[in-house]
Design a protein around this ligand. Structure first.
Ligand code: DQA
Length: 162
C-alpha cells in the first residue's frame, strides 16, 4: 500500500464559499474525503494537508521524504511566487502532480506562469475537483508501474530556467 499525500496551499481552506464560480461548491473537507476515499478504493492511503503558511508547506514537503510515495499539490497563489516550495520539491525528489481547480492559463497573466509545472510529472488545471480525482488515478498508475505511466520520473534534475 502506497501513501498519496494531497497538499493544498493558501486560501483553499475557504473552498465552498471562496469564489465558487471559479473554485466550485465543494468544501475542502468534502474534496478531501472524496480524494481519500478514491485513494483507498485503489488500495492506497490518502493523507491530506492544507496550510496558508509557506513555511508549513515547506516543512510538510520535507516530511514527505519519510511518509509519502506520491504528492498531489495545489500550491494555490504560491504557484506563481514560491521558489522556496519549488526547491523543497526538488530536494525531496518525490513525484508529484500539480493541480489547479481553475484553468490558470485562461486567467490573469500573472497566473499563467508556474514555478512547478516544469518539475511536476504533469499538471491538471481547470477540471475543478475532478482534477484531484484524476490525479489520484494517475498516482495509482504511476505507483503500480502500469504501462503508460512507468516511464515517468520525479522532479526534473535539470529543469528549464524560468
Ligand atoms: C488555484 C489558482 C491560483 O492562481 C490561485 O491563487 C488559487 C487557486 C486553483 O486551484 O485554481 O488560490 O491554484
Amino acid at each position: 500500500m502506497a501513501t498519496i499525500l494531497i497538499i493544498n496551499g493558501p486560501n483553499l481552506n475557504l473552498l465552498g464559499t471562496r469564489e465558487p464560480y471559479l473554485y466550485g461548491h465543494d468544501t475542502l473537507q468534502q474534496l478531501n474525503s472524496k480524494v481519500v476515499a478514491l485513494a483507498q478504493s485503489l488500495g492506497h492511503e490518502g493523507v491530506t494537508f492544507q496550510s496558508n503558511s509557506e513555511a508549513a508547506l515547506i516543512d510538510r514537503i520535507h516530511q514527505s521524504q519519510d511518509d509519502a510515495d506520491f504528492i498531489i499539490f495545489n500550491p494555490a497563489a504560491f504557484t506563481h511566487t514560491s521558489i522556496a516550495l519549488r526547491d523543497a520539491l526538488i530536494a525531496v525528489n518525490k513525484p508529484f502532480v500539480e493541480v489547479h481547480l481553475s484553468n490558470i492559463y485562461r486567467r490573469e497573466v500573472f497566473r499563467q506562469s508556474s514555478y512547478f509545472s516544469d518539475i511536476a510529472v504533469g499538471t491538471l488545471a481547470g477540471l475543478g475537483t475532478k482534477g484531484y480525482l484524476l490525479a489520484v488515478r494517475y498516482a495509482h498508475y504511476y505507483l503500480t508501474k502500469q504501462e503508460g505511466a512507468s516511464y515517468h520520473y520525479g522532479p526534473a534534475q535539470n529543469p528549464q530556467a524560468h
